[in-house]
Design a protein. Structure first.
Length: 160
């Protein structure tokens, strides 16, 4: 599992020459270390406006904030390189790529050892809804039970 820091921030112009526009809605920048490219993509699809590695230089953080403040998106050069290299080498996607974001979330929490009842309470869902997500996951991943889910998550480095 990766260690991520995601920050909602409102960026305002310090001076006309620094940042020319105001951002009216919260902007999410995610700063992560040791994340897998598919995790990075999920964060961006979920609405993050910027994504950097923790190894990024401070000037990259400033560049990211300025670009996001102008309404753009920012991905650090090292992450962009990983995205591009993965495009060419991994043409066969892992089965968990077919999961919805919620199914993927439930997979990771089941693999971490939580019960369906605990997951339902944590996510504010009914146990039946969580059970339905689990059933769909098992079918999409071609697995039989929670032990198979945990083994799959470990084998695919979805949990540590």
């Amino acid at each position: 599992m990766c260690s991520c820091w995601t920050s909602p921030c409102r960026v305002q112009a310090a001076s006309p020459s620094s940042i020319s526009s105001r951002v009216s809605a919260p902007v999410f920048l995610s700063w992560c270390s040791a994340c897998m490219p598919r995790t990075n993509m999920r964060v961006l699809k979920a609405g993050a406006a910027g994504y950097l590695t923790k190894e990024s230089a401070p000037d990259q953080l400033i560049t990211a904030i300025q670009k996001v403040a102008r309404g753009g998106k920012y991905v650090s050069p090292s992450l962009m390189e990983k995205f591009v290299s993965d495009l060419g080498t991994d043409m066969k996607k892992p089965r968990h790529e077919a999961l919805s974001d919620r199914e993927f979330q439930v997979l990771c929490v089941i693999a971490a050892g939580k019960t369906l009842t605990e997951i339902a309470e944590d996510l504010g869902l009914s146990v039946k809804t969580v059970s339905t997500h689990r059933t769909r996951m098992l079918k999409k991943l071609r697995l039989r039970n929670n032990a198979d889910l945990i083994h799959y998550a470990i084998r695919n480095k979805l949990i540590s």
